[in-house]
Design a protein around this ligand. Structure first.
Ligand code: G1P
Length: 289
């Protein structure tokens, strides 16, 4: 029997150097797109996939993230007293049940693989999702829900993938394709940030994963890979051949909010997707282009 997918790990320890000075005193995951912080989009996406337990892998200066998901008692009382019931309802709808969030600290910046390993007690022996909040997804069906569905179909590891121009493959984890079945691709190898001339394909991993707990055993070896970091991709590659491993061509769009241009584009795309402001946004954009 396949274990249900109920857990998600969200690595949020990164320093956000590309957004300084905005991220000097606050977490980059708290940067808003329209009116919601990036972390909220990731958590909502995971909840839409049936995730019930969250582990934030945090670092120094990231307390705002945990505060964000707490009940703001004074704020709620004030909204109530002022009759701002819509705002209050919105706030409550997005609240998580008590005890759903765990945090662990990644004391040293040793890479994504190390961050996931820090969540090992939370993961235990269950399958888990990973969401990198920098990658903001705009999908009709939650991207994590699409992965969860693929997990139920394949019974193993699944990563969300997309095709990028060959000259950009060196920024991603890249698939060595075994069989391309269209929506699903079975994988025979994975390489983290290969040189362009060595890349086995231009199908790349985006920041959404469903992994089996066995990956932790490989991460524990702390082998350094690309950039001298403990890479998640390297440990995932070691599961291939022992467990099913697929890439999923998800339906939707990804915005790289770790990048200024990607972040700006996300603002516009998400504003245009909001019925109450789309027309006005379209109108003022005309004035600039
Ligand atoms: C990480 C992963 C990489 C993946 C990417 C997606 O890289 O290591 O395999 O393709 O996220 O956003 P990072 O962007 O943290 O360097």
């Amino acid at each position: 029997m396949l274990k249900p997918l109920k857990k998600a790990v969200l690595p949020v320890a990164g320093l956000g150097t590309r957004f300084l000075p905005a991220t000097k005193a606050t977490a980059k995951e708290m940067l808003p797109v329209v009116d919601r912080p990036l972390i909220q989009y990731a958590v909502d996406e995971a909840r839409a996939a049936g995730i019930e337990q969250f582990c934030f892998v945090t670092g120094r200066g990231k307390t705002a993230i945990v505060e964000h998901f707490d009940v703001a008692f004074e704020l709620e009382r004030t909204l109530e007293a002022r009759g701002k019931l819509l705002e209050l309802a919105q706030l409550r709808a997005e609240q998580l049940d008590p005890g759903c969030i765990t945090t662990v600290r990644q004391q040293v910046p040793m890479g994504l693989g190390h961050a996931i390993w820090c969540a090992r007690s939370f993961i235990g022996d269950e399958p888990f999702a990973i969401l990198l909040p920098d990658d903001l997804m705009q999908c009709d069906v939650s991207c994590t829900a699409q992965l969860a569905q693929a997990y139920r179909e394949t019974g193993g590891n699944v990563v969300a993938i997309e095709q990028v121009p060959m000259e950009r493959v060196n920024k991603y984890g890249v698939l060595d394709i075994d069989q391309d079945m269209g929506r699903l691709v079975s994988i025979k190898g994975l390489v983290e940030k290969p040189a362009i001339e060595d890349a086995p394909s231009n199908l790349t991993i985006i920041g959404r994963y469903v992994l089996m707990p066995e990956v932790i055993g490989h991460l524990a070896k702390m082998e350094r890979g690309a950039g001298g970091e403990v890479q998640l991709t390297d440990s995932m590659a070691k599961l291939i051949g022992t467990q099913p491993f697929h890439g999923l061509r998800y339906e939707g769009r990804r915005f790289d909010c770790g990048d200024k241009l990607g972040y700006l584009e996300a603002q516009i795309a998400f504003a245009l997707a909001r019925p109450e402001m789309a027309a006005q946004v379209r109108e003022f954009l005309k004035g600039y282009v």
